[in-house]
Design a protein around this ligand. Structure first.
Ligand SMILES: Cc1cc2nc3c(=O)[nH]c(=O)nc-3n(C[C@H](O)[C@H](O)[C@H](O)COP(=O)(O)OP(=O)(O)OC[C@H]3O[C@@H](n4cnc5c(N)ncnc54)[C@H](O)[C@@H]3O)c2cc1C
Ligand code: FES
Ligand code: FES
Length: 493
């Protein structure tokens, strides 16, 4: 590998100004820095765990599609991860002289604010939406606001404000749109292809220059914490006070953030976020679209990666079960060496994955279900939006010409210590006619596969029953014998 140049500061733009920081703690959050160091206190701290959205700011980054602004949670976004970005806080919103910004004016006129604590966060989420979609549907507004909580207004006033923003001004005339070219040039000049290293010894952070450099850095620093979107790791710091240093930030690395399809296989780089993966996956594997819409809120989807979801190894991560059901494979890399394994074998036991020291997750390869096959995934939670899985079932089925089950893969989250296949249930289905009777017989086999736990999300009994019934639902969906009901708020409204 060519010698990598090292820079000892991170550079980004904060609102209108260039910032260069040579002293950054590996676990410093953007929120603390904004409020305590820069006295920008419009960005609030509510939960400090990515749930309430009071800390929402925009982060603009250069990507293949140009300069893209996304809402993020400043409370769990690390300062060290911002190299080469444009951070926009609520203080930067401007209207014509003497007037509020269109988003702010709409919130005032439609009574979208009462105590006001959540308001800057809502304003920033709506700002991101309005720039992307000036006349959004109710569904788009709800999706953009999934990660913002308000205890006062009951949301309807905020929804009305959101629908009215464009009557107060045009998104094309917004300063961030008008200045896009200048900001793009300034960010472009910051991208000098260098590795960033700040601090010394254990108290150190590194932003590798690219994926090859990441492999080299990890090789020398096997004990470092890898941080991609920080939607899991952020909470280790803000909630568990864990020492995560030294840290390697891999959020926007060249060579790790691409998603591409070749011959019916979609390869997703470990640094690809949910938002970046959405359009490809929802188009090619339609059942994944509604699932992604229910992972975290918009801010979490803008930061969190599928690679992080897998590497974290949580039994309630939402992407491993559908990816396992789809027969996905995982590429792990150590230095220059790579190995590719079936994803399901990566999960060994609770907290234990098949990942060696100095090895990292480089990509996941997902088979697009061939024509004629059936695939579904269903997530069960207490709330529809921004809730963690109690149980999640994913189903892949191929029927033979005579209507018998030629191939079946069923995987669950929330039912065991790892994301796991329902092998006994699959065995009971294989080769049998795809009928309700076969399915009901197979449902009795769940007890052979799973002994779920009772916790705050669901009781063991509930999980067991829900898991069985998801198979019945899949049968109804695929056989046309019953019309499954999908409840969503916009339909109910
Ligand atoms: C409010 C909120 C809501 C959430 N809702 C959901 C939800 O609905 N469903 C769900 O599944 N999850 C949810 N999560 C959890 C989290 O968003 C996901 O697990 C996410 O995919 C993690 O990705 P990340 O890039 O943020 O990972 P990080 O937090 O950066 O890292 C997670 C783990 O993976 C490791 N890691 C990351 N990348 C690599 C790599 N390339 N190689 C090796 N190790 C790596 C890290 O060291 C760490 O151990 C939620 C989180 C929050 C804060
Ligand atoms: S403070 Fe609640 S999401 Fe950040
Ligand atoms: S206005 Fe009080 S929390 Fe939203």
């Amino acid at each position: 590998m060519a010698k990598v140049r090292i820079r000892n500061e991170i550079r980004f733009i904060l609102n209108g100004r260039d910032v260069a920081l040579s002293s950054v703690a590996p676990d410093a959050t953007l929120l603390d820095w904004l409020r305590l160091d820069r006295s920008l206190r419009g960005t609030k701290e509510g939960c400090a765990e990515g749930d309430c959205g009071a800390c929402t700011v925009l982060v603009g980054k250069l990507s293949a599609g140009g300069l893209v602004y996304e809402s993020v949670n400043a409370c769990i976004r690390f300062l060290g991860s911002l190299d080469g970005t444009h951070v926009v806080t609520v203080e930067h919103l401007r209207g014509p002289p003497g007037q509020l910004h269109p988003v702010q004016q709409a919130m005032v006129d439609f009574h979208g604010s009462q105590c006001g604590f959540c308001t800057p966060g809502f304003v920033m989420s709506l700002y991101a939406l309005w720039m992307k979609s000036p006349d959004p549907s109710n569904e788009a507004i709800e999706k953009a606001l999934q990660g913002n909580l308000c205890r006062c207004t009951g949301y309807e006033a905020i929804m009305r404000a959101a629908r009215a923003i464009s009557s107060y001004g045009k998104a094309a005339k917004d300063p961030l749109a008008v200045e896009r070219r200048a900001i793009t040039a300034r960010l472009g000049a910051m991208h000098d292809g260098a590795r960033v290293e700040i601090g010394a010894g254990k108290d150190r952070l590194v932003v590798p220059a690219n994926v090859d450099d990441f492999a080299a850095v990890l090789d020398k620093e096997p004990g470092a914490t890898i941080v991609a979107g920080s939607t899991d790791v952020g909470l280790w710091v803000t909630k568990h006070m864990r020492d995560i240093s030294p840290v390697i930030f891999i959020g926007d690395l060249d060579g790790l953030c691409t998603i591409a399809e070749d011959n019916g296989v979609i390869t997703i780089g470990a640094g690809v976020t949910y938002t970046e993966a959405f359009s490809t996956l929802a188009k090619r594997i339609p059942a994944m679209g509604p699932l992604f819409d229910r992972i975290g809120g918009e801010q979490v989807r803008n930061m969190g990666t599928i690679g992080g979801n897998i590497a974290n190894g949580s039994p309630i991560g939402d992407t491993p079960p559908p990816l396992i059901a789809l027969g996905a494979r995982l590429t792990l890399r150590k230095g220059k060496k790579r190995r590719t394994i079936p994803l399901e074998t990566f999960f060994i036991a609770y907290g234990k994955q098949d990942r060696q020291s100095r090895e990292f997750v480089e990509a996941v390869h997902v088979l697009v279900p061939p024509k004629g096959t059936k695939f579904a995934v269903h997530k069960i939670t207490k709330r529809r939006d921004e809730d963690i899985t109690a149980a999640l079932g994913a189903f892949f089925l191929t029927l033979a010409k005579d209507g018998t089950v030629a191939d079946v893969r069923i995987a669950y989250g929330g039912m065991a210590a790892i994301p796991k296949r329902a092998s006994a249930v699959e065995k009971a289905l294989l080769g049998k006619p795809w009928t309700e009777q076969t399915v009901e017989t197979a449902m009795a086999k769940y007890a052979d596969d799973f002994t779920p736990l009772t916790d705050m999300r669901a009781s063991a009994e509930y999980r067991a029953l829900a898991a069985r019934n998801l198979l019945l639902r899949f049968f109804a969906e695929t056989s046309g014998t019953r019309e499954p009901i999908q409840v969503s708020r916009h339909e109910a409204a």
